[in-house]
Design a protein around this ligand. Sequence first.
Ligand code: DOR
Ligand code: ZN
Length: 346
Amino acid sequence: MSQQLTIRRPDDWHLHLRDGAMMEGVLPASRDVARAIIMPNLVPPVVTGEQAAAYRDRILAALPEGQDFTPLMTLYLTEDTSPDDVAAAHASGLVKAVKLYPAGATTNSASGVKNISAVMPVLERMAEIGLSLCVHGEVTDADVDIFDREAVYIDRVLAPLRRNLPELKITMEHVTTSDGVDFIKDGAENIAGTFTVQHLVLNRNDMLVGGIRPHFYCLPILKRMDHQKALRAAATSGDPRFFNGTDSAPHATHTKENACGCAGVFSAPVAVAWIAQVFEEENALDRLEGFLSLNGPKHYGMPVNEDRITLSRSDKPVPFPAAVETGAGPVTVFDPGLPLYWKIND
Ligand code: DOR
Ligand code: ZN
């Protein structure tokens, strides 16, 4: 059953490119998307407008000839972030969102937010000027089980924040639970959620049964199958508040295949193809364009892409590279161990 599908060119509303040799190595893997929200969790983090401008210039300088890609820059929110700097970076058109990492929640989040009340002046200014907040929604309290971190964050932080500042536009990133899906569905138009490829394709059994698979380890961690089903239903529902944010997060292979492996799944090379496959499995190919190419720009108040891509579904599994070579070492490409039937035409 071969098939072709032409849609507006997708975007990725959550992408890690890193810096230096790693960035140069992974940038070509984002060729299927026109734009991406670029995560600021570098070492040191991208905290000021000036740092974001310099990082954008490094990304553009590292882009391969002919790759049409626009980085949408973000600022890393700290308890010292200045509302004026954020407003200026937004007014200049440079910064499209501010990222909230709870301190200690994930890779390079040590400078993140410990106490949400300390950043309220920044959030209030963002609400005034219409700048989006991207949230890594997990508590870090040692007494909260890692599988419950998202649900507890909703109760303790996100729900009160919504009540106190309903005008703030929020993207709840990498939603991994039915609690997250329900929170967005029950919310207003200005709260949206993104899903990663791995959370749509896998659940925690895939990571832990029959051997531990470090390349499926990311944060928020994969959840149980019921949650996976809720994410797939939401992603394919046609609700415009759900869209693509891969959280493609490259780490050199040896740092993941390690006694203390890094969190992050490098899905960029295959993300669009895997999402097409999920939508086919859910009989929702007519909604694929919304998820990949329309709902994100709508939430961020940006135009949709004018160019198109064509996806092909073949009868036989489509091969893809096991790893991408970078100057910082090889990076293993997301491979759920299932046949992939979709590809993006050149
Ligand atoms: O698994 C993850 N990896 N989750 C994050 O939130 C950060 C990311 C990274 O930067 O490696
Ligand atoms: Zn991320």
